[in-house]
Design a binder for this molecule. Structure first.
Ligand code: 5AD
Ligand code: SF4
Length: 440
């Protein structure tokens, strides 16, 4: 029996898919990358922007014929789209060949739901919101032997006005700190060298626990786990990224000096409408403090352009922020109205053409900034965790990996370097990646 699992969206979904695949493997399925041989096909979906949803519906459409040929094939939707209101009814209308709809909060029910479909041949769903503490100790098929994703919080309480996440992932719930640290220790024992602590807003980790705990305490404890060489975390919220956290990072050896701080907009008016809880000046002061403490820090961000009511002047403020901060890279998104969020019913929605134009301008500005930042690394030696062979299988071959600052590096080296921290001299900095060669 074969199972095909495709993941859309963010790292939280990537991690959930590892659990989903773990459970499928325990049920006796072999994981395949070939849909045509699969007995079960699961899409772990994302609904943060409309495009992500459209992709899933078009993938589902393409499966209609396969399902006709193989009536026993189970097709399932899990993840954030599954959790949206009215999804079961929508699927009945648009994709009647789907057998399973499973929400984000009860992953552990997957084996039971699959068994019921096998038994009864009827549609099964569980999108209940438990609000309970996160499920622990689910089986897991991890992607990499060197790097691992580790959940620390689930859900989000921030209610940025454009964002659907709080509605589909529920209230913020932190994992118990001992459970997190135990998982980190176990991972380290299996050879994992880099971990990424995951949450929608990791900086508020522990506030909901009794007794309460904190993000800075967690990273300091993670830093002391033997064998872990890099501790990363995703995602931060600038409002909650306190000086206390920055000062705590300074005391650590292994917490990466990479600061991903999604700013979303450079205009105070837009930030206010987005309910982000900070101003442009606050953000600039935060970055300045980080750079004072860590002169070598890399700072990256996310932007949304074309938020309702965004004027040309507001957009110019975003463009100027790109120059002022000098982000080493940024994810740039066009605002996508999400049903049920406050921004979707705001007046002055920006026409698609204008949103596209702003996105193109912003991308161009950021590409220039990225290249300028990368060019400064030419001839420097950086340390790369080599985690993939990206070309040639003999020696020498091309490997790829990331620096502490999260730069992607492609370099010539030996296959034996996989899983090692390799010193690499940067020979050819480009906009998206750095090219280089291993220094022996
Ligand atoms: N439209 C466009 N981008 C969005 N993001 C979140 N919601 C939306 C939306 N409705 C972006 C934000 C966030 C990133 C994960 O996705 O920039 O930081
Ligand atoms: Fe969405 Fe804001 Fe929560 Fe991030 S912090 S998931 S953008 S509501």
């Amino acid at each position: 029996m074969y199972a095909y699992v495709e993941t859309f969206g963010c790292q939280a979904n990537v991690r959930d898919s590892e659990n989903i695949m773990g459970m499928l493997a325990e049920m006796g399925y072999q994981i395949t990358s070939d849909q045509s041989v699969a007995d079960i096909i699961l899409f772990n979906t994302c609904c943060i922007r409309e495009k992500a949803e459209q992709k899933v519906f078009s993938r589902l459409g393409a499966l209609r014929a396969l399902k006709q040929r193989k009536p026993d094939l189970i097709i399932g939707i899990c993840g954030c789209m599954a959790q949206q209101e009215g999804m079961a009814a929508l699927l009945r209308r648009k994709a009647g060949h789907v057998d399973l709809l499973m929400g984000t909060q009860r992953l552990s029910r997957l084996p039971e739901l699959i068994a019921q479909i096998r038994l009864s041949g009827t549609f099964q769903t569980d999108t209940s919101e438990t609000g309970a503490p996160p499920e622990e100790n689910l089986p897991s098929l991890r992607r990499s032997p060197y790097k691992a994703l580790v959940n620390i919080t689930y859900g989000c309480d921030n209610y940025c006005t454009y964002c659907v996440v709080p509605y589909v992932r529920g209230r913020e719930r932190s994992r118990n700190m001992d459970a997190v640290l135990e998982e980190l220790r176990a991972l380290s024992r299996t050879g994992i060298r880099e971990v990424t602590l995951l949450g929608q807003n990791v900086n508020t980790y522990g506030r909901d626990l009794d007794p309460s705990s904190s993000f800075h305490a967690l990273i300091q404890a993670a830093d002391r786990i033997p064998g872990l060489r890099r501790v990363r975390y995703l995602t931060s919220h600038p409002r909650d990224f306190s000086r206390q956290i920055i000062d705590a990072i300074k005391e650590t050896q292994h917490v990466c000096r990479h600061f991903h701080l999604p700013v979303q907009s450079g205009s105070d008016r837009v930030l206010e409408m987005m309910n982000r809880g900070y101003t442009r000046d606050y953000y600039l002061a935060l970055v300045e403090y980080i750079r004072r403490v860590f002169p070598q820090a890399t700072v990256t961000t996310d932007f949304i352009v074309g938020f309702p009511g965004e004027t040309d002047e507001d957009f110019r403020d975003t463009l100027s922020l790109v120059k002022e901060v000098g982000f080493s890279s940024a994810f740039t998104f066009m605002y996508s109205p999400r049903k049920g969020t406050p921004a979707a019913s705001m007046e002055n929605q920006i026409p698609l053409a204008a949103r596209k134009e702003r996105l193109a301008l912003l991308m161009r500005a950021q590409e220039e900034a990225s290249l300028a930042h990368h060019t400064r690394l030419k001839d420097r030696v950086v340390e790369v965790l080599a985690d993939e062979i990206s070309g040639g299988d003999g020696a020498p071959c091309m490997l790829s990996g990331k620096t502490e600052g999260n730069h992607s590096v492609v370099f010539s080296g030996e296959p034996s370097m996989l899983g090692e921290f390799v010193p690499v001299r940067i020979t050819e900095p480009q906009t998206w990646i750095l090219k280089g060669e291993a220094v022996c």
